[in-house]
Structure formats: C-alpha cells, structure tokens
Design a protein around this ligand. Structure first.
Ligand code: FE
Length: 199
C-alpha cells in the first residue's frame, strides 16, 4: 500500500513538476534551450555543485591562515582559487563564526543563496516562516532548529540579495587538530555554512 507512494509514475506528477515539464517543453520548442542542456544543468547540481564545494573552502581556510585571510577579504576570488564560481556566485561574502559571534544567512525577499558553494537552496530556506522569523527572532528560531548558540555569543543575521550572497565559515571543531584537510571537509555540513547548525 505504502509502496505506491514511493513510486514515481509520470501520471502522478505534482503541480510543480507539471509546470516545470511544460516550461521545459516550451523552451525547447522555441529553440531557446535543448533537452540535453537541461539534463547537464540538473546533473551538475546533483553531482558536481553542492555543499561539498563549500566544505572544501571551509577546510582550506581552517588549515591555511593566509587562504582564510584572502577568503574573508574577497570571498568570490578565494573561492575561485579552488575552481568554484559561476551562476549565482558573482559576489560571495564569507562571514566567520568566532566564540563571540554566530552568523546566520537568510534571504528575506526570496531565496538568494551562493549556488557555486552550496548548490540549490533547501525548501525551508525559501519558506516564508524562515525568512520572516530569522530576522525577527533569530535566537528562538535557531533553538527550534536545534542550533544552540551560547548566550555569550552575538547572533548576526545576513540578508542575501541578488547582488551579495553569504557563506558562513564555521568554527573548527574542537579535537580536530590532527585531522587532514579532506577529513576536515567531511565534518562540514551545509547547515553549518548557512549558520543554522554548529559543528
Ligand atoms: Fe533572494
């Protein structure tokens, strides 16, 4: 019985899926894009572009203090050094968590997000409650999301826009002194780079 729900029959497409399919068909028909192009983009965001890119940036910053300096000075350029950039990443600002500052990112207007380092935004990031409440009552919302920020730390909320996207540089976890850069990257989560989790 429950099995039927897990299967994905074309006949059971959701409203959004039908709209996406209709738009794709129309754009292909008009010669604006090809089906192959759509497949390439979807594939890139499924396999090559995602939080694993941001995790590499964070790990590099943790092991290389000069890289970290460049990253905080000019995020876009330093991220480009690792080969990441492109759509929705023209101007990325990296904000650093410290024992006294916890940064968190939101887009109050819509869903702006640093695609080259985090991939596509999760649904909750685009939801009206998140967008409204992260500005109005960040500490309460963070607590609800399981992110306990020490009372001694100031919470700074960064509002993304089409011009500027933010990436949080989390604090390096205690006890990770011996870890290699790759091992460190494996510790970094998407949510920590949005600022709704701590490592
Ligand atoms: Fe936006």
């Amino acid at each position: 019985m429950g099995e039927d729900h897990d299967h994905h029959h074309p006949a059971e497409r959701t409203d959004v899926e039908r709209r996406a399919a209709a738009l794709e068909a129309l754009l292909v028909e008009k010669g604006i894009i090809t089906t192959e192009f759509v497949d390439q983009v979807v594939d890139a965001y499924a396999h090559d572009i995602g939080p694993m890119n941001g995790a590499k940036v964070v790990a590099r910053a943790w092991v290389d203090s000069q890289y970290k300096e460049r990253l905080l000075e000019d995020g876009t350029a330093a991220i480009g050094e690792l080969g990441f950039g492109g759509a929705e990443g023209d101007h990325i600002v990296v904000v650093e968590n410290t024992p006294t500052v916890h940064n968190v990112v939101v887009c109050t207007l819509c869903s702006c997000y640093p695609w080259p380092v985090l991939g596509l935004p999760p649904n909750w990031y685009k939801s009206p409650p998140y967008r409204a409440r992260m500005v109005r009552e960040p500490r309460a919302l963070l607590t609800e999301m399981g992110c306990a920020v020490p009372a001694s730390a100031e919470v700074r909320v960064w509002d993304s826009s089409a011009e500027v996207r933010y990436l949080v540089l989390p604090q390096r976890p205690e006890g990770s002194e011996q870890a290699s850069e790759d091992e460190l990257a494996a510790l970094v989560t998407r949510d920590a780079m949005i600022g709704v989790a701590r490592l």
